[in-house]
Design a protein around this ligand. Structure first.
Ligand SMILES: Cc1cc2nc3c(=O)[nH]c(=O)nc-3n(C[C@H](O)[C@H](O)[C@H](O)COP(=O)(O)OP(=O)(O)OC[C@H]3O[C@@H](n4cnc5c(N)ncnc54)[C@H](O)[C@@H]3O)c2cc1C
Length: 474
């Protein structure tokens, strides 16, 4: 079947700060797919998910012939544009338990926590300088009304003696990291951070060294689901025993994912170097920070002494399309800057040096899904990371490799393996609903920060927003 236009759209021109920085030291040497090739496994998508899957496959079966076809360059998608928070799935424990049960949710959360440390160890072992740090994650509240946003997760976990969060009050947060705009928070000491584009480009280099063939600027234009499946690009074709679709938001070009993924823009920016301010704040080696807004805001220090900051919950794509609004300058840049300046009195003069946008592939369950496409048992998928993919794509690589290899093990039996649910509305309901819900979420947030009552209609509409971290309270 042919993919719809946007799936095979032209390569991105507007790069993130991270990718510009990574490419300056390691420019791409692009090989475009041409002609007909035979591989054991063809992976579509050269982000973290596709690359960890390739690395797992050839580590476990060194003779396996594995190829990746990438529309742009490796890291041109979300993996080279994100904020670099390396988080576990602990915060999604209630969401996972709701459909896979508590025991399996605990197992997956623990495995995802192992991934955080394993990513750092992999970088160290293979000379990937991804600026990996282990300074934790602060899940903060920027107003009194958001205090305890983490309680539902923390209380549930405390029943299993698996409580990774330590509560902190506003004074402690201000004293430790200079973030005096926070009323309180919960701190997860195990979380990490990376320069994401250096990680994804480093993984691509390592995959090549391990024998993986990588074809960049080679968008898949057609997927033939027969036996064997085939991946066609404008210039060539790969026939493979198995195909893995690791296409993130662009999966929505396939009918199976039209109603199982909601694609929302996340916007990001970086300041000029401000090492003196970060040092005065005590934040130069600070944790990665998120707030408790439904449209989650984030900020973190970079290794080069800048502040990186962003906000989720932007433009929602029409069903089945990603489209041009996921590239370029963030439309909400002024709001993003304003909210970040309020995080600390030391950041009042903060300015933007570079900004960008990227797509988030939100699943209804807020955690990724893996499996074989219904009716095409040799075509596997991994998508729906819902804005938390830097750490969990490492786990995805293990799960997808086991599925491809037909292994009956701890990974192929994961509770995350499930068919794509069809829970999001189609058009035109999605477009109209998204506008109403996003408006209500913004209104609710403004009222909460002004400590004013939120009307019933606003609360009810905002409750339709798929939760990033905090399910909207009614
Ligand atoms: C601004 C922003 C901030 C974020 N911050 C964080 C964070 O701090 N921590 C966190 O855990 N997660 C974060 N995320 C989410 C995280 O980036 C993703 O979950 C993760 O990168 C997913 O990896 P992936 O390999 O599935 O996707 P991608 O990196 O997007 O890889 C998919 C690849 O498929 C390619 N592709 C698509 N269609 C085709 C085709 N037809 N043919 C060939 N190739 C194709 C794309 O070009 C792309 O390179 C953020 C996302 C954004 C946008």
């Amino acid at each position: 079947m042919s993919l719809e236009g946007p799936v095979a759209e032209a390569a991105t021109r507007h790069r993130s700060f991270w990718l510009d920085e990574a490419l300056a030291t390691e420019p791409p040497s692009t090989t475009v797919l041409s002609g007909r090739h035979r591989f054991d496994v063809a992976i579509v998508g050269g982000g973290f998910c596709g690359l960890w899957t390739a690395i797992n496959l050839v580590s476990r079966e060194p003779t396996l012939r594995v190829a990746i076809v990438e529309r742009d360059i490796c890291g041109g998608g979300a993996s080279g544009r994100n904020a670099g928070y390396v988080l576990s799935l602990w915060a999604r424990f209630p969401a996972m338990a709701a459909f896979m049960g508590e025991e399996e949710a605990l197992r997956m959360a623990r495995a995802s926590a192992d991934s955080v440390a394993e990513i750092g160890a992999f970088c160290a072992a293979h000379g990937i300088d991804a600026e990996y740090e282990n300074n934790g994650w602060l899940w903060g509240a920027t107003c009194e009304r958001h205090l305890g946003a983490w309680s539902a997760v923390a209380d549930r976990l405390s029943r299993f003696q698996s409580y990774p969060f330590r509560e902190m009050d506003g004074a402690a947060i201000a004293a430790r990291w200079g973030l005096d705009g926070y009323a309180g928070g919960a701190f997860d000491a195990a979380a990490g951070a990376v320069q994401p584009a250096k990680l994804v480009r480093g993984l691509a280099r390592r995959a090549r060294e391990m024998g993986v063939a990588i074809f960049e600027r080679s968008p898949m234009t057609e997927l033939h689901r027969g036996n064997p499946p085939r991946v066609a690009t404008s210039g060539g074709e790969i026939v493979a025993d198995s195909v893995v679709l690791a296409m993130n938001a662009w999966s929505v070009g396939l009918p199976e994912f039209r109603r199982s993924l909601l694609i929302a823009a996340a916007e990001a920016a970086v300041s000029a170097p401000i090492p003196g301010i970060l040092a005065r704040m005590g934040f130069a080696k600070g944790p990665v920070v998120t707030d408790s807004r439904i449209m989650v805001g984030n900020l973190r220090p970079t290794a080069g002494g800048r502040l990186e900051f962003g906000k989720g919950g932007g433009h929602v794509a029409r069903a089945g399309r990603v489209g041009p609004r996921f590239e370029g300058t963030p439309p909400r840049l002024a709001l993003l800057l304003e909210e970040t300046r309020q995080a600390s009195s030391q950041l009042r003069g903060l300015e933007v040096a570079q900004s960008w946008v990227g797509p988030i592939d939100r699943s209804a369950e807020t955690v990724p899904m893996f499996g074989a496409l219904p009716g095409a048992e040799r075509v596997f998928y991994g998508c729906g990371f819902s804005g938390n993919g830097v750490g969990p794509t490492h786990l995805a690589g293990k799960i997808l490799a086991s599925l491809v290899l037909g292994a009956r093990d701890a990974w192929s039996s994961s509770g995350l393996v499930r068919p794509p649910s069809q829970l999001f509305p189609g058009e035109p309901v999605r477009a109209i609903g998204a506008r109403l819900v996003l408006g209500a979420v913004a209104r609710k947030d403004r009222l909460e920060h002004a400590n004013r009552p939120v009307d019933r209609l606003t609360r009810r509409l905002a409750a339709f927003a798929p939760a990033a971290l905090t399910p909207p309270k009614n």
